[in-house]
Design a protein around this ligand. Sequence first.
Ligand SMILES: C[S@@+](CC[C@H](N)C(=O)[O-])C[C@H]1O[C@@H](n2cnc3c(N)ncnc32)[C@H](O)[C@@H]1O
Length: 240
Amino acid sequence: MSHYTRLADDFDRVWQFSPDYEDWMVEKIASGLSLQPNQTWVDFGAGTGRFTARLHALAPKLQTYCAEPDAAMCQQAAKRDGLRVIRADDQRFVTLMLQYDALLLKEVIHHLSDRQAFWQGIQHQLNADGRLLVVTRPQRSALALFEAAHDVFYRHQPSLTLLVAELEAAGFAVSVSEHTHSFTLSKVDWFAMLRSRFMSDLAAFSDDDIEAGIAELSQYYVGDAIDMADTLLFLQCQKK
Ligand SMILES: C[S@@+](CC[C@H](N)C(=O)[O-])C[C@H]1O[C@@H](n2cnc3c(N)ncnc32)[C@H](O)[C@@H]1O
């Protein structure tokens, strides 16, 4: 069973850093994507459609596609009102006869099988004034991960410099901003998230590896709670 199939029923619960995290994120995406009434847009790699549905409600008469390869995630997304769910990974998606004004790529970049082919494919699908919003993290995440997890994360994540160069080469004008959400979690809750392997970068660690990582963090962070931050990069890309 894939990492995302295993997590699908619980995905929205385990990805919850603080009560105001979702609102904070929706506000940042909404201002980066600037969806207008009657526009068509795609949330690509949308997971359960949690953010898709929130954004769909922000402007009247939006045509909203939720594209996602995992069947269990698609089932969750299909329960939400107003979303058109397409089951597709990056390779299939760019072969579809679709046209849209905007595409959101949130926390998916590390899963794309061929980024250049994807950027070119969506350039063709985007309308003349189309835009892409990439939401991702810097290679060194601000989250309280143990060192081995930081290393895996770093290896899976393209550098910002590389990403901007690729997007510009694919014909986008790119503007980058960075936003940080600070929060405090009890060690009990954070360690439960690590044990649930809420991030795909944790999926390959054995139970023993996770417990060793938690022991490392327990020594580093004194007290019952951990103050940490989630720093995200927002790449606003305008079709030239
Ligand atoms: C970290 S989750 C992010 C989900 C959603 N965008 C969000 O922010 O809540 C990554 C998502 O990418 C999907 N995914 C994995 N491989 C993919 C691929 N090759 N093309 C598109 N999506 C993919 C996963 O199934 C999963 O739903």
